[in-house]
Ligand binder design. Sequence first.
Ligand code: AMP
Length: 188
Amino acid sequence: MTFKNLKLIPSILRVLKEENYKNPTPIQAKSIPFILNGEDILGSAQTGTGKTAVFAIPIIQHLSNHQRNLNGKQKILSLVITPTRELAIQIGESFKIYGKYTNVNNTVIFGGVKQRSQTNILKRGVDILVATPGRLLDLIEQGYISLQDIKYFVLDEADRMLDMGFINDIKKILAKLPRNRQSLFFSA
Ligand code: AMP
């Protein structure tokens, strides 16, 4: 199995070549075709298996075909929830790398820091938002974020999220998502 067999767009294949990724990891080979096909998945994968690319690459590919509304504000089309600030930052970096030859952009929000620089970026508009649950709900309540246009939703490290007591936050977030969306859940 090669990345070409996965029918990835040239702008993504170019990055993978530059990053020296020779072949998809097992979870990538198995899951990427389903995700590109619009199906929901529940993946069992630890960090280190190439899990981030499993969701990041298809989401970038979906969004790179998306027509931008040039008049109105850019809407958030994809949301990734992850339990910690460190994971959120790592995922944001991965989206930046895999999407570097596309026009798809992302930002990362997490608690424990002032919100100002985060809200400034949100006001300008992003395609993909990577967030920890508490800060996400906080900024939704303050009106900086709307989830009503989300088409691709990722719940990363779901097991850890439950261990950390985020169940109620996750329920609140799920209730704000549109029904018609693709959901990708990952758990170790
Ligand atoms: P992750 O499990 O997403 O945290 O990824 C672990 C590491 O593997 C990261 O440094 C990725 O850049 C790298 N990686 C992901 N997919 C591949 C691949 N197909 N070939 C080589 N390295 C990869």
